[in-house]
Design a protein around this ligand. Structure first.
Ligand code: FES
Length: 95
């Protein structure tokens, strides 16, 4: 059984948030679509359903595993933490 040392705790505490939990690069891995691209698609086309997002930017056209994340964006939730955009601090933590 391994134990966490004091120096390991200090190293994690001192590390920038991006090193501990890097932002997901793609929201849809099959079609290589980023969360920002999906958000722009939702904003530009006023998409209200996953089908509309899929039709306009391609995200969600493969295995469908990302549909729940697309639905979160459609509902106005942060793709990283699941909080509403008003409560989310993820954007404030990225540099
Ligand atoms: S991850 Fe989006 S369709 Fe597979």
């Amino acid at each position: 059984m391994s134990t966490v040392t004091e120096s390991q705790i200090e190293r994690v505490a001192a590390a920038p948030a991006t090193e501990i939990a890097p932002r997901r690069r793609f929201l849809c891995h099959c079609l290589k679509v980023t969360p920002d691209e999906v958000q722009k698609c939702i904003t530009d086309t006023n998409a209200e359903t996953v089908h509309e997002v899929t039709r306009s930017c391609g995200a969600g056209k493969g295995c469908t595993a990302c549909h729940c994340r697309i639905k979160d964006l459609l509902a106005g939730l942060c793709d990283d933490c699941g909080q509403s955009k008003r409560r989310c601090l993820c954007a404030a933590q990225t540099v």
